[in-house]
Design a protein around this ligand. Structure first.
Ligand SMILES: O=C(O)CCC(=O)C(=O)O
Length: 318
């Protein structure tokens, strides 16, 4: 390739990157986006907790924590995670997995990813195949799990105010051709809202080979490695002893809440696939959440009463 062609190619590439950045920024040009970028600038845990405490005072108050759940709240605050045995039964997980096997997926890290069936998705060579929103909300049990009284009590206890269901997602983690770790498969911290917690549920069995979630115990409180980028295994090993890394392996239906301002990742898949559901509880509506709520009748769920405030981002109560 001649010098001029190379220059032209590089310039076109740079222009395409700028155009992509501008388009991404446009989707944050609203109040959620302003809050998102403002809180992201505060990285250390003490000032973040002070800001969250202040914001909590202006939000609907939390119900008193069920005394039986107080140890779970403390575990979450000290260790950064808590296991939730029995939240989902194996039969529920199986029903949800069957639903997602028939659902459409897309590659969230690809620009202009097509939305395709799971069978067609191999051609995308993407490590993440995310379930399209319309198929997510029609998943059996979704709304009931997100509104489980035990989950809400633990989250309210940790926040000190009522939470908002800010984001729900489900995705398949699959091996790529090169099997290399990329994006959230590398250790990182999330700075998604003034305070937030992520509920994860495995919908198939997860062992060391098909992408267990990993978390550095208590790292949400540590001043080390507080940047918003990705960290190598060597950097994490230099900062934290190996026995601080918790690997969440377990059968389908395993559920746990994680404070992902701590260092975490989903290990890259070597063999098989992992199907995971995530519900993010935030203080404020999240920048990544749906632009408009869905109708209650669109969800597959029981008719149990749900709190309109907690569900306002996802469920239109008008
Ligand atoms: O796939 C995983 O287990 C990690 C996901 C993650 O990094 C996140 O949800 O913040």
């Amino acid at each position: 390739m001649g010098g001029f062609e190379f220059f032209l190619g590089a310039t076109m590439g740079a222009l395409a990157r700028v155009r992509r950045k501008l388009r991404d920024l446009r989707s944050y040009a609203n109040i959620r986006g302003v809050v998102f970028f403002a809180q992201r600038r505060v990285r250390q845990s003490a000032p973040r907790r002070r800001i969250a405490g202040l914001v909590a005072r202006f939000l609907p108050p939390a119900k008193p924590v069920d005394p039986q759940l107080a140890p779970d709240v403390r575990h979450l605050q000290d260790q950064g995670f808590v296991n939730l045995d029995g939240l989902v039964t194996p039969a529920m997980a199986e029903e949800m997995r069957r639903h997602f096997e028939k659902s459409k997926v897309f590659a969230p890290y690809l620009e202009h990813s097509p939305v395709v069936s799971l069978q067609e998705a191999a051609k995308l060579d993407s490590h993440v195949l995310q379930i399209a929103d319309q198929d997510l909300i029609t998943c059996p049990h979704l709304l009931d799990i997100a509104n489980d009284s035990k989950v809400l009590s633990i989250v309210e206890g940790a926040f000190g105010c009522k939470p908002t269901i800010g984001l729900m997602m489900a995705w398949w983690s699959v091996p790529t051709t090169d099997r290399k770790a990329r994006h959230a498969q590398l250790f990182h911290r999330d700075y998604d809202d003034v305070d937030f917690l992520k509920l994860f549920i495995y919908l198939n069995d997860v062992d060391s080979e098909n992408g267990p979630h990993e978390f550095v115990r208590s790292s949400q409180l540590s001043p080390k490695l507080r940047g918003a980028g990705r960290y190598s295994d060597e950097e994490v090993a230099a900062a934290f002893p190996p026995d601080q890394i918790v690997s969440f392996t377990g059968p389908a239906s395993s559920a746990f809440i994680v404070n992902t301002t701590g260092l975490h990742r989903g290990l890259n898949v070597q063999k098989g696939t992992r199907l995971i559901l995530q519900v993010v509880f935030s203080m404020l509506p999240m920048a990544y959440g749906p632009a408009r709520p869905f109708q209650r009748r669109e969800f597959s769920s029981t008719n149990a009463a749900i709190d309109p405030y907690i569900n306002r981002v996802y469920v239109d109560h008008a």
